[in-house]
Design a protein around this ligand. Structure first.
Ligand code: UT7
Length: 335
């Protein structure tokens, strides 16, 4: 058995900055409400046709591969997490294989929304642990802005989400006291519709009927979120899954050097910080700049924390996420 360790990190966000004031020009919202409830000051939106979930993922991946000090052809497998793929199918994993010009390695798409990156890390980790692969590329990338309702009707959702991509290379580590110590994954499909995008889907409607109706007021094409219900579940599940990870490794909250929570809401991160008695330096947040970038939020935050020298060799780094599904998960890493 081996461990896997993160050997390279990268992220990419579009240049186009959208402030809270920008949003207040197109819908009934304001900077004070958004900052007070979420901590978000601005987010990025794609503003060229060339920018897609795949293209941003490729940019993040190139940085991660370069920093891992390997050649792109050393990648044995690709894991791509997103809820906003370029195409309904095929998923972006194969598009990355094509666009990076990597040989015919396997590519898998992970559909676990805000927990997508933690699920992706877990998938990569299992392949490396068994010895099947040596280097796995994990990407989280999202283009939310093309799918949001930027009228007052959609304000409870559309002010929160932003576009961006992050990537990590996981490589074989022979010392099993280092790298990814454990991952913990959960789901509760009972609440699937509480945070969901119902259409386009093959669940109930024929595509030919959808096209025939073409109803501009059909809200099923926009994400729906029962915000308060999601919030209440998030704070409980974040705490549970971090504790589960610590207990599995006989660790205490005081052992945490850096917590990278999925950037869902600054208030959620602050709640978790308080619950585990962590200082401001032990929790990394960047939701202020990017909003909630779903599967991309953890790899973007992890990369920024690492670039800023906030993660050092030997540190105990904890990743934790909660989101649509509901799904949630954590990863306990000895850096
Ligand atoms: O990443 C996946 C997981 N996602 C999350 O964890 C998100 C969890 N939920 C949340 O972060 C919060 O529930 C939100 C930030 C989404 C909403 O905050 P809230 O404090 O739960 O607000 P609310 O939905 O209860 O809405 C309060 C009021 C409502 O008006 P009334 O009914 O009290 O008159 C809303 O219509 O705020 C109104 N409102 C807004 N006002 C200005 C909703 N969105 C906006 C807006 N600007 N953008």
């Amino acid at each position: 058995m081996y461990n896997s360790k993160i050997t390279g990190l990268g992220y990419y966000v579009p240049d186009h900055v959208v402030t809270n004031d920008d949003l207040s020009k197109v819908m009934d919202t304001n900077d004070e409400w958004i900052q007070e409830r979420t901590g978000i000051k601005e987010r990025r939106h794609v503003n060229t046709e060339e920018e897609t979930t795949t293209s941003m993922g490729v940019k993040a991946a190139k940085k991660a591969i370069e920093r891992a000090g390997i050649d792109k052809n050393d990648i044995d497998f690709i894991v791509f997490a997103t809820l906003s793929p370029d195409y309904y199918f095929p998923g972006p994993g194969v598009l990355v294989q094509r666009d990076l010009g990597i040989d015919t390695v396997g590519a898998i798409d992970v559909r676990n929304q805000c927990s997508g990156f933690v699920y992706g890390i877990s998938v990569a980790d299992q392949f490396i642990k068994t010895g099947m692969y040596k280097n796995v590329l994990v990407i989280g990338s999202e283009v939310h802005s093309r799918g949001l309702d930027f009228t007052t009707r959609g304000r409870g959702v559309s002010v929160i989400f932003g576009d961006g991509a992050g990537a990590a290379v996981l490589s074989r580590e022979e010392d099993t006291s280092k790298g990814i110590l454990s991952t913990h994954l959960h789901s509760e499909g009972q609440h699937a519709e509480e945070l969901s995008l119902i259409a386009p889907g093959m669940g109930k409607r024929w595509v030919s009927d959808i096209l025939k109706d073409n109803d501009p007021n059909d809200e099923s094409y926009y994400p729906h979120m029962n915000g308060q219900f999601v919030f209440k579940n998030a704070v409980v599940r974040f705490s549970e899954v971090i504790m589960e990870g610590l207990q599995t490794n006989q660790l205490q909250p005081t052992d945490i050097d850096m917590l990278i929570p999925h950037q869902a809401n600054l208030r959620i991160s602050q709640f978790v910080q308080k619950k585990f008695g962590l200082t401001d330096d032990q929790v990394f947040n960047n939701i202020m700049k990017y909003g909630n970038t779903t599967a991309a939020s953890i790899p973007i935050a992890l990369t920024e924390a690492w670039e800023q020298g906030k993660i050092k060799k030997g540190d105990l780094v904890v990743l934790a996420a909660f989101g649509s599904g509901f799904t949630w998960g954590s990863a306990i890493i000895r850096w």
